[in-house]
Design a protein around this ligand. Structure first.
Ligand code: SF4
Length: 218
């Protein structure tokens, strides 16, 4: 049995990921370190989703709330917006690797490997590079295979499901259509990852065909 530290981005993405590792017989510990989630109320909602999933699975999770620093995250991203997701992965995985080394874990991985909306190969390569040839190994699995099961379980358990990836850039991209529907000119979008929440694409299509007022408060 290996001790595995799982960087966890949110509750829904943690379900299949952690269940898979638990089934394989690993000792799983989560690490909730996500300064990319904006604004704070959204962070709190996702954090609660993580708490709920951890309780269901009986998994211990370390919450790095003291390192929730959106300003520091934005300074890291500034002027690198076109490649912002890579740096966002890097910031979170670097911290996870550092915590795993200090904690004497055997392996480290991330729930980012569960999402079909994230840049899977880049995350896998980055995790592997960060671990290098040392004792700590990056645990790669294609957790996307359990995508649908994770969605269904999160809904059955009533876990908070986000509507955009996390940062304000992704929130703007998610709701840009509503600005368009309001008759405004939509600014050119910054390149990045679309929201990883299931149903978002469908909702975005609906938003195109729906008056802006009907979409308020989503
Ligand atoms: S879109 Fe998601 S992965 Fe990309 S920078 Fe924003 S929060 Fe990070």
């Amino acid at each position: 049995m290996a001790r595995v530290l799982v960087h966890a981005c949110c509750g829904p993405c943690s379900i299949t990921t952690m269940q898979t590792l638990l089934r394989e017989g690993h000792e799983v510990t989560g690490l909730f370190f996500n300064p990319n989630i904006h604004p704070l109320r959204e962070y709190l909602a996702r954090r609660q989703g993580m708490v709920d999933v951890a309780h269901r699975l009986g998994v211990k999770v370390i919450y790095f709330d003291r390192e929730y620093d959106p300003q520091a995250w934005m300074r890291e991203i500034a002027f690198r917006e076109a490649n912002r997701c890579f740096h966002c992965y890097r910031i979170r995985l670097e911290r996870a690797v550092s915590v795993a080394r200090r904690g004497g874990f055997d392996m480290v991985t991330s729930t980012l490997l569960y999402s079909r909306k994230q840049q899977h190969e880049r995350i896998a390569a980055l995790g592997s590079d960060l671990c290098g040839d040392g004792r700590l190994r990056f645990l790669y699995r294609d957790f996307r295979e359990g995508w649908q099961q994770g969605i269904e379980t999160s809904k059955a358990w009533g876990i908070y499901r986000q509507q955009y990836c996390g940062c304000l850039y992704s929130e703007t991209e998610r709701y840009a259509r509503e600005l368009k529907n309001a008759g405004a000119q939509v600014p050119q979008q910054t390149a990045g990852t679309p929201c990883c929440a299931e149903g978002t694409e469908k909702q975005a299509e609906q938003a195109d065909a729906t008056p802006a007022a009907d979409n308020a408060g989503r």
